[in-house]
Write a protein that binds this ligand. Structure first.
Ligand code: G6P
Length: 490
């Protein structure tokens, strides 16, 4: 944890002005800032928040100067001290204020009650409300305006995710000198789903304000090209989309993790000791199964518990020697569907424990708590089998972290076919998360199958997560955003 640098000296908040000898040459725009406020003795301080994007961009911070535009996560009022730009860990941070009403309409509402479920194949029914859309538009406009004020002349601006899909177009109108990239971390759905959206043309046009639009999978990129043609009459030329004389490169950039960092933590003697302590605390079972997710209806937590229950009922798994650890990180409590999902997961964990636990130990250890990376990596090392069963997922970085932590190649990864990660991690035990019987068999196979074969498969997965890591993801995207004369790739 560290204290923020005191309010920055008055610094020209306008483009292209030579305020510092070395100007940031990359501006990241994401819904959240990579820090969170924590209360302390002498007032609040900031600390780096755990999470995928900031660690994915760590390598970029090391090689180029960077600034970041985002929301602090708190309900802001215009007098909030968080609204002053400040520097943390080498990144210049520019908070965007979001009021409580705007959070409800734009974040809980349009982002997480409309787009999130729609883009995850409508697993939960998406809701369409005009006032949510209006809040989303005005928050997107504020992000674009803030970015337009702070981006140096000619900078590369990298906008992230579904909360900010209108920003590329709005920003281009304000600052035509910028190179603008957009990356969608979640799936882009099939046409039939996307076309339900009453504001589909405006949202598509929003993305076409970018020079490069990136997706996790080729399927997502293909879906997007099709809707640009259908909704806006754009021309598709190879991978690019051309509209009104402007070309947008549409590419596939599967996001990776900082695999070296995870391996370093996993090899640390303190982690090895913690992993052993976790197993002891669990009652030294023969088998530890693990799930780690944000508590979200897309993650398929219930289905994996149902499969585990099926194995216990059939006597294929012995509750005296097996424990299922489910970490469910609290998430989006006020968005539609999340409270219901929590209730049903907790009901299921409770009923399995009621039916199968002994006094000395639980069949399911359920924690509705966030864990820091060191503790997660210790859990990854302690677990024999990692069960990742989302019904739909843009990528799923937990699967990659688990693999990077398998320095002894001992673990087995069960992975949903419908996670973006499955496109790269073909050596995992791939499952259809809608098929409970198939999932039971996969868990059985992971626990009792041929160890040598599982180790071989894990070795290949480990090579993959190190090859396709966060740094190579960022380099690939930014290479296309700041093209050399030999230009963009797929
Ligand atoms: C997903 C999204 C991210 C989001 C994260 C956490 O990974 O793709 O954009 O930041 O979930 O969700 P939250 O709503 O807490 O930001």
């Amino acid at each position: 944890m560290s204290t923020p640098t005191p309010a920055a000296p008055p610094r020209p908040d306008r483009p292209g002005c030579p305020g510092r000898p070395e100007r940031p040459d990359l501006v990241v725009v994401a819904n959240r800032l990579p820090v969170r406020q924590v209360p302390g003795d002498g007032g609040s301080t900031w600390e780096r928040s755990p999470g995928g994007l900031v660690s994915a961009l760590e390598s970029v911070v090391r090689t180029s100067s960077m600034s970041w535009v985002g929301w602090s996560g708190a309900a802001d009022d215009p007098e909030h001290p968080a609204l002053t730009s400040f520097e943390q860990d080498g990144i210049r941070l520019h908070p965007v204020p979001v009021t409580d009403d705007e959070r409800q309409g734009s974040y809980d509402g349009f982002s997480n009650g409309t787009l999130w479920p729609l883009f995850h194949d409508a697993i939960f029914v998406p809701q369409f409300h005009e006032h949510w859309w209006e809040a989303y538009r005005s928050v997107n406009r504020r992000f674009a305006e803030r970015t337009a004020r702070v981006a140096p002349h000619g900078a590369a601006v990298w906008i992230h995710d579904y909360q900010l899909m209108l920003v590329p177009r709005l920003l281009r109108e304000l600052r035509p000198d910028l190179r603008i990239g957009f990356f969608l971390h979640i799936p882009f759905p099939a046409q039939e789903l996307y076309l339900r959206l009453p504001w589909r043309a405006a949202l598509t046009d929003g993305l076409l304000g970018a020079d490069v639009v990136g997706f996790q999978t080729t399927v997502g990129a293909d879906n997007f090209r099709l809707v640009t043609r259908r909704l806006l009459g754009a021309r598709v030329e190879g991978r690019d989309v051309v509209r009104a004389g402007r070309r947008t490169h549409v590419g596939t950039y599967p996001v990776g993790i900082d695999a070296d960092r995870v391996r370093r933590i996993a090899s640390d003697p303190a982690t090895v000791a913690r992993a052993a302590a976790i197993r002891a605390e669990l009652g030294s079972p023969r088998t530890v199964l693990l799930g780690v997710d944000r508590l979200d209806y897309t993650k398929g937590i219930e289905v994996r518990l149902r499969a585990y229950r099926g194995l216990l009922e059939a006597g294929r798994v012995d509750p005296a020697t097996t424990v299922f650890v489910q970490i469910a990180q609290p998430s989006r409590d006020e968005a539609p569907g999340y409270a219901e999902t929590r209730a049903s997961v907790e009901q299921m964990a409770g009923s399995i424990n009621g039916d199968f636990s002994a006094l000395g130990g639980a069949a399911v250890k359920y924690l509705h708590q966030g864990q820091d990376l060191a503790e997660l990596v210790a859990l990854y090392r302690a677990a024999d089998v990692m069960v990742v069963t989302p019904f739909r997922d843009g990528m799923n970085l937990v699967a990659k972290e688990y693999v990077a932590a398998q320095v002894d190649l001992d673990g087995v990864l069960i992975l949903s076919e419908f996670a973006g990660a499955a496109h790269q991690m073909r050596q995992a035990v791939l499952v259809n998360p809608f098929d409970v019987r198939g999932l039971e068999d996969a868990i059985d196979e992971a626990v009792n199958g041929d160890r040598r074969q599982h180790r071989r498969r894990m070795a290949s997965l480990v090579r993959g997560v190190h090859r396709d890591d966060a740094a190579s993801w960022a380099e690939h995207f930014l290479g296309d955003l700041r093209p050399t004369p030999t230009a963009a790739s797929a």
